[in-house]
Design a protein around this ligand. Structure first.
Ligand code: ADP
Length: 485
């Protein structure tokens, strides 16, 4: 789009260390592409292990003073950053659309959602408590205080370029920690603009660093094996998360892990079907299906299955595909060719094994990384598409006959992030909510993310919570001070 080049030119494209952008040591750069065309948008510094060391030196030097800053001052800086992100909504939205692909409407939604973590944690910054108690023996006092964990590493994915950063940076800064962000290779520009906004908001140099790099494994390993780092917070695949958990053993790092999902979306026979179709559209098609909370398996009672499937198919088939910055687009491209090919492989394997395509079913044969909005059903048991995260605009519908069967199907996965169900029975709402093995449950709604609520998974979907009043605890250590008398 016309205004994109001026915007890109205004984004810092170095490594962000000591409060400013500079070339990577070695001066290498890598390309950032527009997934709607495959064209190069710009090049950006490719941070090395030497840059990682410099960032950690800077984060360590700034740590003590930042931890000692008045909570109200940290709160004010976060609040100012929130205001600046909101003021620059159109810039952040366009940047996310051109580097990640989602529609402008969705990008604007992410700006509001992502910025809100900064406002929320500006409010939490002044409410970090502790407690006191009398020792049961009566001859002592127990004083419990909270302290920032120290320099943190935040590794973010490409699907929500702004919100996945602010969800970690917000609580870390509120708690008094310094942070180094390693943004995803595909979408580093949004994080760079955010670093600039934090500098504009008055954040002291060294408190926030950004290391865009094509060499994540080595840059991250160097940071995680350095005793100056105290915590790693990761959002991404379970595969990489497991590696990082193993690596975190070396320095016994605090970890927060937001990993993959395989969300069930259950429609019971007593559901409001039209509301369930709306919810399924949101839970499946939001962000083009590229969300770890995306409905991966639609489980529908057999008595309402055809009604639901026909209505959902009609909605999905009517979805307009195109570049996210083109007016009227409802579904943008996938992030890259690898992701598009991975979705295509899951669908074609299922179809070859006998699944039925109700609409879509193939990659779009055009520049960019598009996949048709798709509905399939009658998928034979055991297909990969039923157990793996699809991360694309593909709705997979499976029938069931009883509530017990639906719950067993829903829980039959090593993941446990989000789950959704539709019913009008209060008994069933309570019973099924507690039976589902998931960290987050949406009842009669297809969107659950809220900065004021704890986001996190169980089983192989992760460790810890982000957002809510819980989110700041991930960045605080508990200290016990024994007093006499
Ligand atoms: P996806 O497969 O969806 O891209 P990943 O889990 O691979 O998700 O990526 C999430 C983040 O983890 C990105 O910032 C990526 O650069 C980073 N990453 C990938 N591999 C490693 C690794 N071996 N060590 C550290 N970070 C990694």
């Amino acid at each position: 789009p016309a205004n994109a080049s001026a915007l890109i030119a205004s984004v810092p494209t170095g490594v962000w260390i000591d409060g400013a952008a500079r070339p990577a040591s070695g001066s290498a750069e890598f390309e950032v592409r527009n997934p709607a065309t495959g064209d190069v948008l710009t090049t950006i510094a490719d941070a090395t292990v030497a840059d990682a060391d410099a960032a950690l030196t800077s984060a360590t030097a700034a740590a003590k003073a930042w931890a000692a800053t008045a909570p109200r001052e940290r709160s004010t800086i976060l609040r100012r950053a929130w205001e600046l992100v909101i003021e620059r909504t159109e810039d952040f939205a366009l940047l996310m659309t051109i580097e990640m692909g989602k529609t402008l409407a969705e990008s604007r939604g992410e700006v509001a959602y992502g910025a809100e973590f900064l406002r929320w944690f500006s409010e939490e910054a002044v409410r970090v408590g502790g407690r006191t108690a009398t020792a049961p023996s009566g001859n002592g006092r127990i004083l419990v205080t909270k302290e920032p964990v120290g320099p943190c590493l935040a590794i973010t994915p490409w699907n929500f370029p702004l919100a996945m950063g602010t969800r970690k940076i917000g609580p870390a800064l509120a708690a008094g920690c310094t942070v180094i962000v390693k943004p995803a290779e595909d979408t580093p520009l949004t994080t760079m603009l955010l670093a600039q906004v934090f500098a504009d908001a008055g954040l002291p140099a060294g408190v926030l660093s950004v290391l865009p790099t094509m060499d994540a494994p080595n840059v991250v390993a160097a940071l995680m094996s350095d005793p100056r780092l105290r915590k790693v917070s990761f959002t991404g695949s379970t595969r990489v998360g497991k590696k990082l958990i193993a690596q975190s053993a070396d320095q016994v790092l605090r970890t927060s892990m937001e990993l993959g999902g395989n969300a069930p979306f259950i429609v019971f026979d007593d559901a409001d079907i039209s509301a369930a179709v709306d919810g399924a559209m949101a839970a499946k098609m939001r962000n083009g299906g590229e969300a770890c909370t995306a409905a991966n398996r639609l489980l529908v009672h057999n008595s309402v299955r055809e009604e639901f499937t026909a209505a959902l198919t009609e909605r999905i088939a009517a979805t307009t595909v195109g570049a996210g910055y083109v007016e009227g687009t409802a579904l943008g491209p996938l992030i890259n060719a690898r992701q598009r090919d991975s979705v295509a492989a899951l669908v074609s394997e299922a179809v070859e094994s006998g699944a039925r395509v109700r609409t879509g079913g193939a990659a779009v044969d055009a520049p960019g990384y598009f996949f048709e909005p798709t509905v399939i059903d009658e998928v034979p048991a055991g297909q990969r598409i039923l157990s793996e995260e699809i991360f694309g605009p593909v709705a997979v519908i499976t029938g069931f006959d009883t509530e017990d069967e639906a719950i067993a199907l829903a829980n039959n996965t090593e993941y446990g992030l989000a789950a959704y169900f539709y019913t009008q029975s209060l008994d069933r709402m309570l019973r099924v909510s507690s039976a589902l093995e998931a960290g987050m449950v949406g009842v009669n709604r297809g969107v659950i993310s809220d900065p004021a609520a704890p986001f996190g998974g169980v089983k192989q979907s992760g460790l810890g919570s982000e957002g809510g009043s819980e989110g700041i605890d991930e960045y605080l250590n508990t200290k016990y001070i024994a007093l006499t008398p």
